[in-house]
Ligand binder design. Structure first.
Ligand SMILES: O=c1ccn([C@H]2C[C@H](O)[C@@H](COP(=O)(O)OP(=O)(O)OP(=O)(O)O)O2)c(=O)[nH]1
Length: 153
């Protein structure tokens, strides 16, 4: 899949575009492209603090696809750093700058450096539904059971 990427006006062009770290990686790593005033010092998230981290990128996705923004497991395990809205959904018709909604679920402050890899993008096909209101639904083995109805373990 080919995706057009445009840097936002204030983006630092020295920050690499998304890239796959290995030939089999599902996710392309996304780098923080911080506002000019934040670049030197980076940003620090206190425990339970959240922030919208800019990527400095706008994309044009093919119709019928979405970009999912997902956490990186290493940051989550080591620092409790994850995404508030995981997976974030980037719509095919969105042309604005992509932001990553990070939250520090750990117990220590976490530093986010300008240009560091903070999340990853996975691209997927999207099925769109047509909604039809009806009076009855077809019966099924599960029926209305859910939320643990099949037991634990
Ligand atoms: O992590 C995210 C999630 C969303 N977006 C952008 C792209 C997406 O296409 C748009 C809208 O996202 P979403 O539909 O999740 O937001 P909403 O809260 O429903 O807002 P809207 O009313 O703008 O759709 O915001 C991001 O940059 N990062």
């Amino acid at each position: 899949m080919k995706i057009s990427v445009k840097r936002s006006e204030t983006a630092d062009p020295a920050v690499a575009l998304p890239e796959y770290e290995t030939p089999g990686a599902a996710g392309a790593d996304l780098r923080a492209n911080l506002a000019p005033d934040d670049r030197a010092a980076g940003l620090t998230l206190s425990p339970m603090e959240r922030a919208l981290i800019p990527l400095g990128l706008c994309v044009e996705l093919p119709q019928g696809t979405e970009m999912q923004v997902r956490p990186r497991s290493g940051l989550a395990l080591k620092h409790g750093l994850t995404l508030v809205n995981s997976p974030g959904t980037i719509d095919a018709d969105y042309r604005g700058e992509i932001g990553v909604l990070m939250v520090n679920l750990g117990t220590e402050p976490v530093h986010i450096a300008h240009g560091s890899r903070i999340a990853q993008a996975v691209f997927a096909s999207v099925a769109r539904a047509e909604f039809t209101e009806v009076e009855t639904l077809d019966a099924s083995e599960r029926g209305t059971g859910g939320f643990g109805s099949t037991g634990e373990g």
